[in-house]
Each structure stands twice: as structure tokens, then as C-alpha cells.
Design a binder for this molecule. Structure first.
Ligand code: PLP
Length: 401
């Protein structure tokens, strides 16, 4: 009898993703609560430096959430109502919304159905059909944790004078292998101008709310710091005037996108377990792969070849484990009956009423729409037990038959 049989409907709910908080995490937060700093204290810089080093970037700016991180990026890059920016419809809507916050126009391009990543050939088509300078930038997404080949995107972006924001929310610690055989970590700033991360509870590193921008560009770094705090600087070297110790200057319109010190303390503590969590995610993916590989009626979402090194080790960060089935709603409902809360990632952004009102319509991106019709994200988080995973696999197979 399989172990999974021990789990019945009274087991704890199995979500598609969940945070993992340890006693060390709690102690780190309590310690900060007892310190002098509730908001901008020493933990912010410490978290930024630890995170920058984790992803191999020079600079990092922590902020209130991943959406704020995206908005800081579009502001720092000067997106305005003349700007047109290309992104994927298969992403969390914030990847597109950050362009709208600055009044810019979102241009979607369809996905590669094999991986559900933004299809670089579709992006190239858009670019070729318009004069140089028509588009301002590209926001590719490391969807599900599968790292985008940014070396390719950089070449294309250079041809057309575009910037790149890598939405790496799904892929802290992920990497792909570039054309020289070198590992390129997501968010390392080598090919993208800016990269962003989220610390929402379902993401790899959880602080409740929280976000990060990473970059190798010192100018952009300074700009992000200023925009995070109302557009204000206190650095005497950057000010027009100086009236004394109290003096500061608001030089442009920024926001309050700060993250409190105690959340950064939690982030630092979580970051110490990030590699272990990543290894566990990859282990879970292997078990799913094996279970579904040759199962009729279940298609595993593919991974780009660059996400594997020469030993076959993967740089995929597995925020999500996605399968495609014919009767997705049926499977979703069946799993729910068994207390398994699979999820759908994502409803194509261009089909949302907000984007439909801007002129997009169903049928515009057929690959994204057909992906959406069958996709389902199965439970994937480091604290998922072997028993729970076996139960999930059993129920999926039971339904698909
Ligand atoms: C989670 C997520 C965001 C937004 O992050 P928040 O911290 O929830 O604001 C943006 N893009 C992608 C791809 C995400 O998964």
C-alpha cells in the first residue's frame, strides 16, 4: 500500500505554495522589534547587500513589494506616456501594470508554447515591423522559475536601443548557461538593466510583503534609492543647496516604497535557507517529472535547454510546477475536493477587463490563451512532505485516468 493512502480528506490543506517560517526567523524579527529601528534601520542595507551577493549583482534596493519594485524600475528608466514596452501576457499583471503606472503603453507578445516564456521571435517580429525607437524596453519574466536567456534578449535589445527589466520574481537563485558555457544567475545584472524580486509568502523568500531591485548600474541604483523615498535626497553631494544639518531636497516625484527593518531581518534569515529551499524544490520537481513523464493525458510544461548545465543539473528555480491537461477545471475541482489547492498561473493579462478596455481582445495571443486553457500549478514548496506529494500525484493520476 502506498504511503499516500494514509492521507485522507482530513489532512491539512495542501496549497500550491506556502511560506516556511522557522524559530530563527521569528527570533530575528523579535530582535529587530526590540531595537531602535522599526523602519529604515541597519537591516535594510544588510538585506540588500546579502541579496545582491546571492544573485551576483553589484547593487540591490529593497522596497515594499515586487509591484513597487517594478514601478521604481519604470520610473528610473523614464517611462512616460510616449513609451511602449513589450512584455508577456502569461505573467502576474504587475509586470504589465508598471508600464501603465507611468502612463506608457503595454505591447504584449505571445509566448513560446513549449515553455510559456515570452517568445523572443514574436518580440523580434514586433520590433522589425516598427521604426527604430518605436519601443522603449522589454520586460521578460522568468516564468515558473525557468530563467530567460537574457544574453539573447540583450543582443536584440542592443539592435533596437531598448532597456530590459527582468521580472525574476519566480527565480531567485535560478540560472541559465550562456553561449560561453557560463552560469548566469537571475537578477545578476549582466544583461538586464534592472531585475526585480518579490517576497510575497508564496515566493522563495518570504517577508510578508517585500520586494527588491538589483542592478549593476550605479546611476540607476542612486535613482532607485531616491524614488523609494519621495524623490528626496539627503546626500550633500547631490543637493543644489545646503542650509544645515536638517536640509534635504525633494528633487523629483517619488513614493514611499520603503520596507521596514523587521521585514529585512526576516528576509536575511530566510535568505540563509534559500539554497536548501531551492534544492528541495528541484527535488520535488524531479519526483513529479518521473510520475507524469509517460502518463497519457498529462503534459509537463517544458524547460528551456539553457536551464541545464553539461552535467544535466538544472538552474530552473521552480517557483511553480505546471502541468497541462485537457479537463483542467475538472482536475482543479477534483483536487479541491481532496483538500489540494492547485492554482492557475496565469489568466492572460490581455484578457483582463482593464486591458480589454485598452483595446486588447481574446484571440490576440492564441498561444497564451491555449496555454491558459490547460495549465495547472501543482503544490510546490520546500515544506511539502513526501507523503503529501505522493497524495497529490495519486489524485492527479486518479482523475486523469
Ligand atoms: C509576485 C509577482 C509580482 C509582484 O510581487 P508583489 O510582491 O506581490 O507585489 C510581480 N511579478 C511576478 C511575475 C510575480 O510572480
Amino acid at each position: 500500500m502506498s504511503e499516500a493512502k494514509h492521507l485522507d480528506q482530513s489532512h491539512r490543506p495542501i496549497p500550491y505554495g506556502r511560506q516556511h517560517i522557522t524559530d530563527d526567523d521569528i527570533a530575528a524579527v523579535v530582535e529587530t522589534l526590540q531595537s531602535d529601528f522599526l523602519t529604515q534601520g541597519p537591516k535594510v542595507l544588510e538585506f540588500e547587500q546579502a541579496f545582491a551577493s546571492y544573485v551576483g549583482a553589484k547593487y540591490a534596493v529593497a522596497c515594499s513589494n515586487g509591484t513597487a519594485a517594478l514601478h521604481l524600475c519604470t520610473m528610473a528608466l523614464g517611462v512616460n506616456k510616449e513609451s511602449r514596452v513589450i512584455t508577456t501576457p502569461i505573467t502576474f499583471v504587475a509586470s504589465a501594470n508598471c508600464v501603465r503606472y507611468c502612463g506608457g503603453t503595454v505591447a504584449f507578445a505571445d509566448i513560446d508554447p513549449a515553455t510559456a516564456l515570452l517568445d523572443i521571435n514574436k518580440v523580434r517580429q514586433l520590433l522589425e515591423n516598427k521604426p527604430q525607437g518605436y519601443y522603449a524596453g522589454i520586460i521578460p519574466v522568468d516564468f515558473a522559475g525557468n530563467p530567460v536567456n537574457l544574453e539573447e534578449y540583450r543582443q536584440l535589445a542592443n539592435e533596437y536601443g531598448l532597456w530590459i527589466i527582468e521580472d525574476a520574481c519566480h527565480a531567485p537563485g535560478g540560472y541559465y548557461i550562456d553561449s560561453k558555457g557560463e552560469k548566469q544567475l537571475c537578477g545578476n545584472g549582466k544583461y538586464a538593466d534592472l531585475a526585480i524580486f518579490s517576497f510575497h509568502p508564496v515566493k522563495h523568500i518570504a517577508t510578508g510583503e517585500g520586494g527588491m531591485v538589483t542592478t549593476n548600474d550605479e546611476k540607476l541604483y542612486q535613482e532607485l534609492l531616491k524614488l523609494r523615498t519621495h524623490g528626496i535626497t539627503r546626500d550633500p553631494n547631490l543637493m543644489d543647496e545646503n542650509h544645515g544639518g536638517w536640509y534635504m531636497e525633494m528633487q523629483e516625484l517619488g513614493y514611499n516604497y520603503r520596507i521596514p527593518d523587521m521585514l529585512c531581518a526576516l528576509g536575511i534569515s530566510q535568505l540563509q535557507r534559500a539554497e536548501a529551499g531551492l534544492a528541495r524544490r528541484r527535488g520535488i520537481a524531479k519526483v513529479y517529472d518521473k510520475a507524469f513523464e509517460s502518463h497519457a493525458g498529462i503534459e509537463i510544461l517544458g524547460t528551456t535547454p539553457e536551464a541545464y548545465d553539461s552535467e544535466g543539473e538544472t538552474g530552473h528555480a521552480y517557483h511553480l510546477y505546471v502541468i497541462k491537461v485537457e479537463d483542467r477545471k475538472g482536475l482543479y475541482d477534483y483536487l479541491r475536493q481532496h483538500n489540494i489547492f492547485a492554482q492557475v498561473h496565469y489568466i492572460p493579462a490581455h484578457t483582463m477587463p482593464y486591458y480589454r478596455n485598452l483595446g486588447y481582445k481574446k484571440g490576440d495571443y492564441p498561444k497564451a490563451e491555449s496555454y491558459y486553457a490547460g495549465c495547472l500549478s501543482l503544490p510546490m514548496y520546500p515544506s511539502l512532505t513526501q507523503e503529501e506529494q505522493e497524495f497529490v500525484i495519486e489524485k492527479v493520476k486518479e482523475f486523469v485516468g
